[in-house]
Design a protein around this ligand. Structure first.
Ligand code: NI
Length: 389
């Protein structure tokens, strides 16, 4: 293993930052305390520029190497927001805010990038410029898009951008990555069914939206089973079905909601089109109103070929050849780093979190043993992409 010694020596300090952030989780764009800490630390480390308020509550730090003007500009990104989940870990540093917790490890991502920033500010063993990007609202608020829309890439001349996410179930000293689609496009659908309410004992006088909703659920499953090419991937999950208030009443309306995950634009288009056709057909078949609202969310997270190869090589430098999977299967989760990869070439990598609860689980905790690994990856990435002359 080639963990950087200086970084390994900072592990406890970085873990303390991480636990403090864990104890004080904040949602979406409301990451005021966290962004404040990030800003304060980046200034204390000696960043050449620290700019808050990018994409509402995002923070950007600029670290110039020895010959800043002669080299490249590389962006490194971490996310800062937590989730609306009640923590059950019972840890001494568990969330102090009921109903909110860092259940996706963004506390760890923020702390690791801060650790790398401290190291890079101290050593400056590179030419060019490292831009450290701390974004809000990864969990459904498109904070990454907000930062890109705020002109971050152009303002600092970012040429390539890299992201990292912890991966429970994978040993802490391992990385996984792949070129092309790494995470899915994540869309939301809402279906509103209006039939005709009636007495439960007189169904012939009504038009039952529950029956229509059940048939719709079955029909929607046929999209993945019978329309999508079996070698492609897609998920259509109906996750909410609300109807009725009384045992002896057929309700007037039903509301359904769910998510669609796809790995390519053509499959995404296909699923959306088929959903509309099925809802229209279902409405005609039952002579009812079936209204579909399809909202496109995060796009596919597509890793660029050259940057993925480069990132995998950096990972190998840190943890050795055998501990890097450079052809991992994609995950159908969504990730708004996708917007940054649409703006600039780059790559998103998974870092092992060990044998912990999964992300978004109330018993999840980021593994502090991953800190020296993640920080070393960031530091080596900058030093290798922009070597000091
Ligand atoms: Ni996450």
């Amino acid at each position: 293993m080639a963990i950087i010694n200086r970084v390994a020596g900072m592990k406890d300090e970085i873990a303390a930052w991480r636990r403090d952030i864990h104890e004080n989780p904040e949602l979406l764009y409301e990451v005021h305390r966290t962004a404040g800490i990030v800003q304060e630390k980046l200034k204390a480390f000696g960043c050449d520029e620290v700019v808050p308020g990018i994409g509402k509550t995002g923070v950007v730090g600029v670290i110039k190497g020895r010959k800043a003007g002669s080299g490249k500009v590389i962006g490194l990104r971490a996310d800062m927001d937590a989730l609306p989940i009640q923590e059950i870990t019972g840890l001494p540093y568990a969330s102090k805010t009921p109903g909110k917790m860092h259940a996706c490890g963004h506390d760890g991502h923020t702390a690791m990038l801060l650790g790398a920033a401290k190291y890079l500010c101290e050593t400056r063993n590179f030419d060019g410029t490292a831009v450290v990007i701390f974004q809000p609202a990864e969990e459904g608020g498109a904070g990454g898009k907000a930062m890109v829309d705020d002109g971050m890439m152009d303002r600092w001349g970012v040429q390539e951008v890299y992201g990292m996410h912890n991966n429970p179930g994978m040993p802490v000293d391992q990385f996984a990555i792949r070129p092309g689609p790494m995470l899915a496009a994540s869309d939301r659908f809402d279906v509103f069914i209006e039939g005709l309410g009636s007495h439960a004992a007189k169904p012939h006088l009504g038009n039952d939206p529950v029956t229509i909703g059940c048939q719709l659920h079955q029909a929607l499953q046929s999209i993945v089973a019978r329309n999508v090419n079996p070698v492609d991937s897609a998920v259509v999950s109906l996750t909410m079905f609300h109807a009725g208030d009384a045992m002896n009443v057929i309700p007037q309306t039903a509301k359904l909601c769910g998510t669609v995950r796809t790995l390519t634009a053509p499959v995404r288009d296909l699923v959306e089109r088929r959903m509309h056709e099925i809802c229209e057909g279902m409405a005609r078949m039952h002579d009812a109103k079936v209204e579909l609202k399809y909202a496109r969310g995060y796009p596919v997270t597509v890793n660029h070929e050259a940057q993925t190869k480069f990132a995998a090589n950096i990972a190998r430098l840190v943890v050795g050849d055998r501990n890097v999977d450079d052809d991992v299967l994609p995950v159908l989760g969504g990730e708004d780093f996708s917007y940054m990869l649409e703006a600039r070439p780059g790559a998103f990598i998974f870092i092992g979190n060990g044998d912990t609860a999964g992300v978004h689980h109330p018993a999840y905790d980021f593994n502090d043993d991953a800190i020296p690994v993640g920080c070393s990856y960031w530091a080596r990435l900058v030093e290798t992409a922009m070597p000091a002359s």
